[in-house]
Design a protein around this ligand. Structure first.
Ligand code: MN
Length: 209
């Protein structure tokens, strides 16, 4: 049983449920991880049952190319594989909050080079996050030449399917913030900036060199 291969299983959060307080509350983290992620894992295992050839692939392989399956099978697998991948990625890119929080290392230099400075990047990313319509995510991702892009995805689509490697993400489904912030997505986005784990983000970026 693993996070990355059939039979897929739950992993504990890499921190306590209350670790992101006061920015993201304990109840939200409990429901989000224990209920929402668990449902995607259960449904992914179910969707993969009839397809031993896909069971042999890891999560990223499944998401990187279109599956040669009868359409109904592919849709269920891709949706739930995306739900598992996106949630694990999101939870792993967070840490206990700090008042001042900004990119570090080579990623920081790259952000300055492409966006001018961190504040400009932050403002642009925030604007794009406010624009995501319905359920989805916003990503900082890179292409094979290490060029950064701000990438929106809908529902449980992933940047992997679009040829990007993710660096950070914000889950913009209402379940990610409704318990605490209700309709105030702007408040949630402001809080999220405090809990981004820029050390892991920098490691994700380093994978491109
Ligand atoms: Mn979610």
């Amino acid at each position: 049983m693993s996070e990355n291969k059939y039979v897929f299983a739950m992993n504990d959060l890499p921190y306590e449920y209350n670790a992101l307080e006061p920015y993201i509350d304990t109840d939200t983290m409990k429901y989000h991880h224990d209920k929402h992620l668990n449902t995607y894992i259960t449904n992914l295992n179910k969707a993969l049952e009839p397809y031993p050839q896909i069971q042999a692939m890891d999560l990223e392989q499944i998401l990187k190319q279109p599956l040669a399956l009868p359409n109904v099978g592919s849709v269920a697998i891709m949706r739930n594989a995306g739900g598992v991948y996106n949630h694990n990625f999101f939870f792993n890119i967070l840490r206990a909050g700090r008042e001042e929080n900004a990119a570090v290392g080579n990623l920081s230099f790259r952000i300055e080079k492409q966006f001018g400075n961190f504040e400009k990047f932050k403002n642009l990313f925030t604007e794009e996050a406010l624009k995501v319509f319905g359920s989805g995510y916003l990503w900082l991702a890179m292409d094979s030449k290490c060029i950064l892009s701000i990438v929106p995805t809908t529902n449980q689509e992933t940047p992997l399917s679009m040829g990007f490697q993710p660096i950070i993400t914000i889950d913009l489904w209402e379940h990610a913030y409704y318990l605490k912030n209700q309709n105030r997505r702007n408040e949630y986005i402001d809080a999220w900036w405090h809990v981004v784990n820029w050390d892991i983000a920098n490691r994700n970026y380093a994978a491109c060199m």
